[in-house]
Design a protein. Structure first.
Lengths: 226, 333, 406
């Protein structure tokens, strides 16, 4: 056909091609499709989120602060006799709210006569700085795990030949009077690149394992929710 | 068929002045169009243009001591220039007779996400775009179906008594699919069980990211941004030194810490003591005790990766999250 | 050697010669290629953040196109097999267009992989430490480049012989033709294994992926060639018989039926079992927890493929109009299904159950269009050059008045 037959004239006729290319160059130089970054600003991470200090810092000494003074427990209890049982309303230490399951008696843990010590199953004293021995009276399996490091915080060095390792005792995490680990605010959730909207609740369609026979699966459950 | 003459002149067009001008114009226009198309490159960060030295840098395993020192010095200088901090860049070797294993007590984890942020701080991850090695999953009770996991919970308080929490990070598998698939051997498993990446060797194909069943690998889609003063100056070549854009990175069990005997950052910050770490070859270690005596499971055991990351739980498990109700009179007996 | 340089120079010059339609077509393609280059330059500056990919969906449009194009390249074998194994001579004169297509398409594949790399400047690391045979990606590097070389050799040799006015020596190309046939099947199998071998992605970890790859490739590829041959026939003097097109029609027909059958197998296994591994398929076909970006696409693809299969089964598709419509439907349908429909859902939900959807960005689409334009540009030049050379219109003898080597 004609394309090959008249190449010279054809070529002369195509000066518009470089013109188009130059036009493209002119457009491209001015950055016609600029890139706008989808990267969101960094999330503010509160300092506590990376703080390694334990949630509780008990002194592990039988000290009690009141009215701006600090006493040893025995300072008062040597002269003030305490009632035999504590079913009655406390007149002192009213700030202590004992919520420790079936363990409702002060003297289950505190020594009857020496208030600077805890008490073991035989009525003998447990030193104040060894609270784990006291907890072990009831929490045998946890104590066993703690002894081997499977429970509780270990910090510092895993290789004790190279540095110090610290082990937290029970009451350095748990309040003995209200032992469940305190709830806390979670650190900020992930906000990754181009993540899109991520609703907190996506649980529709999830089968409640306790209600399998009741609602018969996903649809029933989600309809009930709405 | 066209005439023979036609095709001959087709092959050898006459060289006229006009034709020469046309060709010249076409060539100039073509070159300028290509140049214009490449014009965005003028914004290229000089840091992103590899120097000859960096370009010719050998693979980590092929470096001799002098090479390594030179490379560490170069990294030191680059960090000083970019962050204004003099870092302590080292390359701690794996320890003899040590194999690192992680344990995580899902009975105790409360989902506070402190591990996530401690990890970011320790390992100099990018803050924008955000890049984190650990994901904490809020799980439905009665299920370990990951598809029901909530990644984005942001309640006023954790733990939610109706859920449990399962943090996931690199499992440092014994049979790592990510290592298997890497076309350039930029990632490998060290003798202490840690899978590492040579950030200066990775070509950024993201095949490892597709291969990982635990979603443990991260890619630097953009230049990483670490705010001034937030840089952790204690860094190692194979772990937390700043990464270039376009390469993969991942959890290394904080090898800059753990190979010098310390515990990883995510463990140090955990308020509940749910995280356990140590040398599994030492029979007296915490981790050896856990594997021997506790009930453990690994995530997705069916994919055959043999993780060095064990989830375990306590016999009294989920009661942990429940507040202890005050006991009525006489209940005790 | 001198003759060969003259040959290359003539080919180069020839590629600039044509009528206004040719120039317009080439200019349009060049424009797209330049815009793609511009978008890629931006990607080099800012990183892959210019694309829609994320840690959650770490492969997108680039790898999707790559996967589809590997299939297209493999389809050249579908022209060669009937000629050299079954001695079906209808296709003999058009085989070379299939092989040239393979060359152009493999170039596109390599470009798509390159633009997907985070650090293309470290490309040579492949030569220093090549994780062969462990990494399937290294197998793919060998398979694709080997296929490129094989086809370059076959086409180059045949065209060069025509230019020199020699009869091609069979020993120099027939063995390579047979190697290329096996190789064509291997490139697609290896590419499928790239995905199939990942135990953490249940959507891919299925033995049916590789056969489905081949079936869809052997449908889309010949369909593409049917259209191309008609364009070649329309705009050049090269004779392409209707019989050749109808032979290809048979191939597309059979491949489409197998492809749809395998699709049915796959869908049945996923949804009847209804295990936890169905999540990705659920996302693709029905949407998952309110995320359903791919649902309209995949149903469009399935509808197109079904209609194409139906049309191809009708005797009426022996008429070129209907055949072309069926071919376009299967090309587009398989492009959606083999590209986005195969790559993206494997990442949704993530292995940890997070749902992040993937939407390609403008820059990403521009780069893809640029690579397609570049591939078509290369293929157009190949056809533009090879037609007159093979027809014996441009030869060394005609240029210099004496035979080559004399």
């Amino acid at each position: 056909m004609t394309d090959d037959a008249r190449p010279a004239t054809a070529q002369r006729g195509h000066l518009w091609v470089p013109a188009v290319l130059l036009a493209i160059a002119a457009v491209l130089v001015f950055d016609p499709v600029p890139f706008s970054s989808p990267v969101p600003a960094a999330t503010e991470v509160p300092a506590w989120a990376t703080d390694t200090t334990p949630v509780r810092r008990p002194t592990l000494e039988p000290r009690y602060a009141a009215a701006g003074f600090e006493y040893r427990c025995s300072d008062c209890h040597a002269i003030l006799p305490s009632p035999v049982e504590t079913d009655r309303v406390l007149t002192q230490h009213t700030e202590i709210e004992l919520k420790h399951g079936i363990n409702t008696r002060c003297f289950n843990c505190h020594h009857r006569t020496n208030r600077d010590a805890f008490v073991d199953d035989l009525g003998h004293e447990i030193p104040w700085n060894q609270p784990q021995l006291l907890c072990a009276k009831c929490h045998g399996p946890v104590y066993r795990d703690w002894q081997h490091g499977a429970h509780g915080r270990t910090n510092g060095f895993w290789d004790t030949t190279r540095g110090e390792q610290s082990r937290r005792k029970c009451i350095e995490c748990h309040d003995p009077h209200q032992p469940p680990f305190p709830p806390m605010r979670p650190a900020p959730p992930p906000r990754t690149l181009r993540m899109g909207h991520q609703g907190y609740e996506k649980s529709h369609g999830v089968t409640d394992p306790l209600q399998l026979h009741v609602v018969g699966g996903a649809d029933g459950a989600s309809e009930e929710e709405h | 068929m066209a005439s023979g003459d036609g095709s001959q002149s087709n092959a050898a067009p006459e060289l006229t002045r006009r034709g020469f001008l046309t060709k010249g114009a076409a060539a100039v226009a073509g070159v300028s169009a290509v140049a214009a198309a490449l014009s965005p490159l003028r914004h290229l960060d000089p840091d992103d243009v590899p120097s000859i030295e960096k370009f010719l840098q050998a693979h980590y395993k092929e470096m001799i001591t002098e090479d390594k020192e030179r490379v560490l010095a170069r990294i030191r200088k680059a960090v000083e220039r970019r962050h204004g901090v003099t870092p302590n860049v080292s390359d701690p070797p794996p320890l003899d007779g040590v194999e690192f294993v992680y344990g995580l007590n899902i009975s105790r984890c409360i989902g506070c996400r402190k591990c996530v942020h401690a990890c970011v701080q320790e390992n100099n991850q990018s803050r924008a775009p955000e890049l984190q090695y650990i994901r904490v999953l809020e799980m439905e009770k009665g299920s370990i179906d990951l598809e029901t996991a909530e990644h984005h919970y942001d309640s006023a308080q954790v733990p939610n008594p109706d859920k449990y929490y399962m943090p996931v990070q690199c499992h440092q598998c014994k049979e790592p699919p990510c290592v298997k698939v890497c076309p350039v051997e930029a990632t490998w498993q060290e003798p202490d069980g840690i899978t590492v990446i040579d950030y200066d060797w990775c070509i950024g194909c993201r095949y490892c990211e597709a291969a990982c069943p635990y979603w443990a690998r991260r890619f630097n889609f953009a230049k990483s941004e670490i705010p001034d003063g937030a840089l952790n100056p204690d860094m190692a070549y194979l772990s937390n030194r700043p990464r270039d854009k376009g390469v993969m990175e991942k959890c290394t069990y904080c090898l800059q810490r753990t190979r010098t005997g310390r515990l990883p950052a995510c463990l140090e910050v955990c308020p509940t003591g749910s995280r356990k770490f140590g040398n599994v070859l030492d029979p007296d270690s915490e981790i050896a005790y856990i594997i021997k005596h506790k009930r453990v499971y690994v995530l997705k055991e069916d994919v055959g990766t043999l993780p060095r990351f064990f989830y375990y739980f306590d016999e009294r498990g989920s009661r942990y999250h429940e507040p202890i109700a005050p006991v009525e009179q006489g209940d005790a007996t | 050697m001198k003759t060969y340089c003259t040959f290359l120079w003539d080919c180069f010059r020839l590629s600039f010669v044509g009528d206004w339609r040719y120039h317009l077509w080439m200019t349009v393609l060049t424009t797209f290629a330049l815009v793609g280059l511009y978008a890629y330059a931006q990607q080099l500056v800012h990183g892959l953040v210019t694309t829609g990919m994320t840690d959650q969906v770490s492969w997108g449009l680039y790898i999707a196109n790559f996967t589809y194009l590997v299939g297209l390249a493999a389809a050249a074998a579908m022209l060669v097999i009937p000629v050299y194994i079954y001695r079906n001579m209808h296709l003999h004169d058009v085989v070379i267009f299939g092989e040239l297509l393979a060359v152009a398409v493999i170039l596109m594949c390599l470009l798509f992989v390159t633009v997907d790399l985070g650090r293309p400047d470290r490309f040579m690391h492949l030569f220093w430490r090549f994780n062969f045979p462990m990494s399937m990606l290294t197998w793919d590097v060998i398979a694709l480049n080997g296929y490129l070389l094989l086809n370059l050799h076959i086409c180059g040799y045949l065209i060069y012989c025509a230019y020199c006015g020699r009869k091609p020596s069979k020993a120099f190309y027939i063995p390579f033709v047979f190697i290329a046939i096996v190789w064509a099947i291997s490139i697609h199998t290896v590419t499928a294994f790239l995905y199939v071998g990942l135990g953490g992605r249940p959507f891919w970890n299925s033995a049916i992926i590789a056969p489905r790859f081949l079936a869809s490739a052997f449908a889309a590829g010949p369909a593409f060639i049917i259209i191309t041959l008609q364009i070649v026939r329309r705009f050049s003097r090269h004779v392409v018989s209707d019989d050749a097109l109808l032979t290809l029609r048979h191939i597309v027909q059979v491949a489409m039926i197998i492809n749809m059958f395998l699709l049915a197998c796959e869908v049945f296994t996923e949804f009847y079992t209804d295990s936890a591994h169905v999540a990705s398929a659920h996302y693709l076909y029905l949407g998952l927890h309110g995320h359903n970006a791919l649902v309209p696409w995949i149903w469009t693809a399935i509808a197109m493929n079904l209609i194409a299969t139906g049309m191809l089964l009708l005797p009426a598709s022996r008429s070129l109009g209907l055949l072309n419509a069926a071919c376009v439907l299967s090309i587009v349908g398989i492009w959606i299904e083999k590209g986005m429909g195969l790559i993206v859902p494997a990442f949704v939900p993530t292995p940890l159950g997070e749902l992040v959807e993937y939407v390609p960005t403008v820059h990403e689409v521009l780069v893809c269009l640029g690579i397609w334009a570049f591939g078509l540009l290369v293929y157009t030049i190949f056809v533009r050059v090879s037609v007159p050379v093979l027809a014996g219109e441009v030869t060394y003898a005609k240029r210099f008045g004496r035979p080559a080597g004399a």
